[in-house]
Design a binder for this molecule. Structure first.
Ligand SMILES: [Zn+2]
Length: 266
């Protein structure tokens, strides 16, 4: 874990990058921004993993972002505790990248007014309420996670996603009066996760025929495994859906519930 602080302790704001070791874009965004930023509020930048070989990657068992606030005695639980010790009292921006979609979106858990505000000032068009999962960093802190676009497959970075991560970080710092950069505000559409999409048992090819966030209707052909098409048994909006993002699932089912400004959580 690498920590860069600006201003006096205790830090009031925190930017977290590469909590998942296979997502290098967050760390790269922090590396690029540090020499450029003049920050006037105490701020901590936390690069949780410093290379793709670091544990915990998303392949780590358990996934680091699924153990926050959970008891356990693995090395991964220890890292989660260290991260919380560092940023637990801060407003947090947690930068991620994904295999699911190149469109940036925010993720909230256990929604509060501050978290709603933090999602709005990232300027994204969509926010996922993942309170159902209850185990990520942003469930434990006043913070927002942002999926900044596609992750690069391998040790390099996806440059477009790094640029998005830099842009979102600048907006987060400006809106929290840490820099005098440009402030934006959006009223994103909320998608509430209510179920997991399990991974069908197949060794063969798996082709997803629908787009993330676009509603799949009952009876619609949405997945092909081993050349066989599968139809949806209920309507849902797919979120974080990709053929290879997770070992145990394809992604999540969500319902579209309207504008964040009208939403108070379930
Ligand atoms: Zn991630």
């Amino acid at each position: 874990m690498r920590i860069i602080t600006r201003g006096d302790e205790p830090a009031e704001l925190a930017v977290v990058g590469s909590l998942h070791a296979d997502e290098r874009e967050g760390a790269e965004a922090i590396n690029r921004l540090i020499p450029q930023l003049s920050v006037s509020r105490p701020t901590k930048f936390l690069v949780v993993t410093d290379s793709q070989q670091d544990t915990p990657g998303r392949e780590s068992d358990p996934d680091l972002n699924r153990v926050f606030g959970k008891s356990g005695d693995t090395a991964v639980h220890e890292i989660a505790e260290e991260v919380l010790d560092e940023v637990g009292d801060c407003r947090v921006l947690d930068l991620h990248t994904t295999e699911a979609t190149d469109e940036p979106f925010a993720i909230l858990q256990q929604i509060t007014d501050t978290k709603r505000e933090l999602a709005a000032i990232t300027g994204v068009d969509r926010v996922v309420d993942a309170s159902e999962l209850d185990d990520g960093l942003v469930a434990q802190v006043e913070g927002v996670a942002v999926e900044c676009g596609l992750k690069h497959d391998g040790p390099d970075v996806n440059d477009a996603s790094v640029e998005t991560a830099c842009k979102v970080t600048r907006r987060f710092l400006a809106a929290n009066d840490a820099t005098d950069g440009e402030q934006v505000r959006s009223d994103p559409t909320v998608y509430r996760i209510y179920d997991t999409i399990s991974r069908p048992a197949t060794e063969g090819e798996l082709v997803i025929r629908v787009e993330n966030f676009e509603r799949v209707e009952t009876g619609e052909e949405w997945l092909e495994t081993d050349g066989k098409r599968r139809v949806a048994s209920e309507s849902f909006c797919p979120v974080l859906l990709s053929p290879s993002g997770y070992d145990d699932k394809l992604g999540y089912k969500a319902e579209r519930v309207g504008a964040l400004s009208e939403y108070r959580g379930e």
